[in-house]
Write a protein that binds this ligand. Structure first.
Ligand code: AOF
Ligand code: ZN
Length: 338
């Protein structure tokens, strides 16, 4: 039974996708004598936590003292943007709390659970913990490794090329695959490209064929060679240009100087300090390969289209494990992990 209710809580948690970062996705169900009497999830960054929304959803508050709370993440113990959920559950005198994952946020990290136990509430942890870790892989990576969750994305031909030598081949994947990419942009905090992609494709890196918020744009331009008239610099969307020359703030556009040595590591650390929890790297091949070679990636999403170029710029190479495969009309999408 615990797993059934936790599965529902995990499902509710996903409804916050694209709205809660850098907070985790959290869902909560409250069960009285085998019946769900309240449901909630963390809907928006800075707003009420899942437990608060679930308790609000309960009509007869008298039932709470005989109820079990299923929550995908350990209830918080700190005053953040909202007061501690653990205190609220104690005040409501709930009987039992079942948790999928403990919170890796150093402000919480087990304290929420201890608070509940000290108040005499029974606590069970690690129910569907693998599913919970997977759901919040961005949050856990960010908290535990102090760097964003890095997703690589590219489209390659059947014979393994991502572009022609003269870069005149902008589209390899089909329109539906490209729509998937727009959805992904709404789900991650930032999109990153290297200098060659910025130059040759002049991308906008916004969300057009899906609904949701635009990601922060990140471009690597070590020597500030890029043309300032590119879409990336138009100030319509928060943009960060990492370089080795100078730092400068403009409206919606930050130039950030990093040391030439350990440039990529400095870049991910800077993203961490800016609370950017996940990044999707959209190219080009050279930039993708740099992140792969430094071991700075957590997931790769590769489209393969049924076309051949014969020659061109080769797709990145990596040591990876295939974990998922989808057919998107004529394209194949493969998802890998290191
Ligand atoms: C919970 N339930 O639904 C979430 C939690 O600034 P705040 O107050 O929103 O706190 C953010 C932190 O609280 C976040 O980093 C994580 O540790 C925890 N998130 N905790 O009990 C929730 N979203
Ligand atoms: Zn909380």
């Amino acid at each position: 039974m615990d797993e059934i209710f936790m599965r529902r809580a995990l499902e509710l948690a996903t409804l916050g996708r694209g709205h809660v970062s850098p907070n985790p996705l959290v869902g909560c169900v409250i069960v009285h004598e085998g019946v769900i009497i309240g449901e909630g999830w963390h809907k928006k960054y800075g707003e009420a936590h899942a437990e608060v929304n679930a308790v609000r959803d309960v009509t007869d508050k008298m039932l709470l003292s005989h109820s079990t709370v299923y929550v995908t993440l350990e209830p918080c113990s700190h005053f953040g943007k909202t007061p501690p959920c653990a205190d609220m559950l104690i005040a409501e005198k709930v009987k039992k709390v079942v948790i999928a994952n403990l919170d890796s946020n150093p402000l919480v990290a087990g304290r929420g659970m201890k608070k509940l136990q000290a108040a005499g509430i029974e606590v069970i942890t690690d129910v569907l913990s693998d599913e919970g870790r997977e759901l919040n892989r961005r949050f856990f990576t960010f908290m535990e490794r102090q760097q964003p969750y890095m997703i690589l994305k590219w489209a390659e031909t059947a014979d393994g090329f991502v572009a022609r030598e003269n870069f005149d081949s902008k589209w390899i994947s089909n329109e539906l695959s490209r729509q998937w990419v727009h959805r992904w942009r709404t789900e991650e905090d930032a999109v990153l490209v290297g200098i060659r992609t910025a130059q040759h494709d002049n991308p906008r890196l916004n969300v057009r064929s899906w609904t949701g918020r635009d990601p922060i744009r990140i471009v690597i331009d070590r020597f500030l060679k890029l043309n300032p008239t590119l879409h990336l610099f138009d100030g319509t969307q928060r943009t960060i240009c990492y370089n080795t020359v100078r730092s400068e703030e403009r409206p919606n556009l930050s130039f950030v100087k990093l040391p030439a040595e350990d440039f990529l590591q400095a870049l991910v650390t800077d993203l961490y300090h800016r609370k950017i929890q996940s990044v999707i790297i959209e190219g080009g091949a050279q930039t993708l390969q740099l992140f792969i070679d430094q071991g700075l990636w957590d997931e790769a999403r590769v489209f393969t289209a049924p076309v051949t170029f014969g020659k061109g710029i080769s797709a990145p190479r990596m040591n990876a494990k295939l974990i998922e495969q989808h057919k998107i009309q004529s394209d194949t999408l493969k998802i890998f992990r290191p």
